[in-house]
Design a protein. Structure first.
Length: 536
């Protein structure tokens, strides 16, 4: 090989260019050390090999020397495996956070440590019954009991209203915040796909656009479990673009993958809220990679993520479901309050009724005729109806408020003596607070066996355990994700120490290439001006 005199200058120039570009990349990394989603960049260098048509005339053995360095491009340093791990754990954390948030709001309602709530209202009702038992026949004391009962029913109403507000809040979060955000992410990813493909068509790497897309995919992974597949396509010699597919992944065996994004194509999410039960469903519409969805219900395909967490809170009621579900959502605590109100109303309405089994309509001396005298009714229905009592609608009977009757003091109608001081039935009502009751769902599933106060305490304890469990689960997922993030940052994040070393390294290589060029210039000057002067 006959090497050109100026080939070494080209080699030195390429070295200067490579070192300068490496310094540029290092500076880019350093200035973006705090940029969210930025991936550390690296300059890929390859050596120019000597060769060509002149090789056929070369002497053997060959002593060819390379022709310098070539810039092969700027690449991102990422580990796809760590991306997958992070996104899988991110979905689990999103589900736990969504459930913890809703349960914490419920716990604030049932927390009676700092405020006087339903338990205090029950205690006051018992206290007033005790006072009435010592003052039977006194209208004023009956009025005090009625006022206490009225306050108790309002507490039931207040609890039911607050729980309903938590349901409204979670529904709003799903319909007006989370679903629109998911749609925005999908649409933005498809737009970025278009920009990246166009940029890559002209041979550019689009690194900053890739960072934006990766950041959005990370955010999307919080809402549902997804898979992302990148397929390189060579559209011309040396020009490669990627087909990008994002799937919703189920946990079925085998796992089903629902396409969400393919290049510029994407689906849109929507929701439907049942006006009666308040349960939510999620649907998708659109055509992606040849698959068309028309309002397809994917609620059962959301196995983890924020959307799954909120839907569980809205849709699942534990033992009240058929079959029983694995999650005690908002519906469980709504229905638990309803069962409490129904059993409370039932036992006291039955106790206040005049039974008198010895009544004879033909014998005026047999005492008063049997009569239903309900204390607690469905306030939303006129006529003192006891049908369909819930925590939201329980109230005191209109007949009791208008003094048509009061608390039945005695059931001892078999005794002809004066009953003005009898209080056996009031004492029986007081004893009801110590009696064990089977609290059951409408389907007959036993929720709890115990007193009224024990049932309410058990509900609060169940909620406290649910909150504690979700909090620990959330903390565990946070620790796992933090570990994965540390690993990913170790690969993709910018290390100022490492970049500082690179600055020194590339500066020295730049100086060395410049010195090489100076040396070549001195040698050429000697060759041209310092040789062949003998005899002049």
């Amino acid at each position: 090989m006959v090497r050109s005199t100026f080939a070494s200058f080209v080699t030195a120039h390429l070295g200067l260019t490579a070192s300068q570009r490496a310094l540029d990349v290092t500076g880019q990394n350093i200035t973006n050390v705090n940029t969210a989603g930025f991936t550390r960049q690296r300059l890929d260098l390859v050596s120019f090999a000597s060769g060509g048509y002149s090789n056929r005339y070369a002497f053997l053995p060959s002593n060819d020397v390379g022709q310098g360095v070539r810039l092969n491009g700027i690449a991102q340093i990422r580990d796809p495996f760590l991306d997958v791990r992070f996104r899988r754990e991110h979905a689990k954390l999103g589900e736990a956070e969504a459930q913890f948030s809703a349960l914490s709001d419920l716990e604030a309602i049932f927390n009676e440590i700092t405020i006087e709530g339903l338990a205090a209202g029950i205690d006051d009702f018992v206290t007033q019954l005790h006072a009435l038992s010592q003052n039977t026949g006194n209208v004023e004391f009956d009025s005090i009991v009625r006022s206490s009962a009225d306050m108790l029913t309002k507490l039931f109403n207040s609890y039911a209203k607050q729980v309903a507000q938590v349901r409204e809040q979670e529904t709003y979060q799903l319909v007006n915040i989370d679903i629109p955000r998911v749609n925005t992410i999908l649409e933005t990813i498809s737009s970025l796909n278009k920009s990246i493909r166009e940029d890559q068509t002209f041979g550019n790497r689009s690194l900053e656009l890739l960072d934006q897309r990766n950041l959005l995919i990370d955010e999307l992974s919080q809402y549902m479990k997804i898979d992302t597949v990148y397929t390189p396509i060579e559209i011309a010699k040396g020009i490669v673009i990627e087909d990008v597919e994002i799937f919703l992944r189920t946990e079925d065996i085998p796992a089903e993958r629902v396409p969400l994004v393919f290049n510029r194509e994407f689906v849109q999410f929507s929701t439907n809220i049942d006006p009666v039960t308040g349960e939510a469903s999620v649907f998708i519409d659109g055509t992606v990679n040849g698959t068309t969805f028309t309002a397809e219900d994917i609620s059962e395909k959301l196995h983890t993520g924020v959307l799954k967490g909120i839907m569980d809170m809205l849709n699942k009621s534990g033992p009240f479901d058929f079959p029983s579900s694995d999650q005690k959502g908002i519906g469980y605590y709504e229905k638990t309050l309803d069962v409490f109100a129904q059993e409370f109303a039932r036992v006291f309405n039955e106790a206040n009724a005049i039974k008198n089994p010895g009544y004879d309509p033909l014998d005026p001396t047999s005492g008063p005729m049997p009569e239903d005298r309900p204390l607690f009714v469905n306030a939303w229905v006129p006529g003192d109806s006891t049908v369909g009592i819930t925590a939201a609608n329980i109230g005191i009977a209109q007949a009791w408020q208008t003094l048509q009757y009061g608390v039945t003091a005695t059931q001892r109608f078999d005794i002809p003596d004066d009953k003005s001081g009898a209080n056996d039935n009031i004492l029986y009502m007081i004893s009801l607070f110590d009696q064990k009751i089977d609290f059951k769902t409408p389907l007959g599933v036993t929720l709890f066996n115990g007193t009224l106060q024990e049932y309410f305490a058990s509900t609060k304890n169940t909620l406290a355990l649910d909150v504690s469990g979700k909090k620990k689960l959330m903390e565990n997922f946070t620790i796992i994700i933090s570990g994965v993030l540390d690993l990913r940052e170790g690969v993709s994040g910018v290390s100022l120490d490492e970049e500082g070393i690179n600055l020194i390294r590339f500066q020295k290589s730049y100086n060395a290439a410049a010195r090489f060029m100076t040396t070549l210039d001195e040698a050429l000057d000697k060759l041209i001006n310092g040789t062949g002067i003998v005899g002049r």
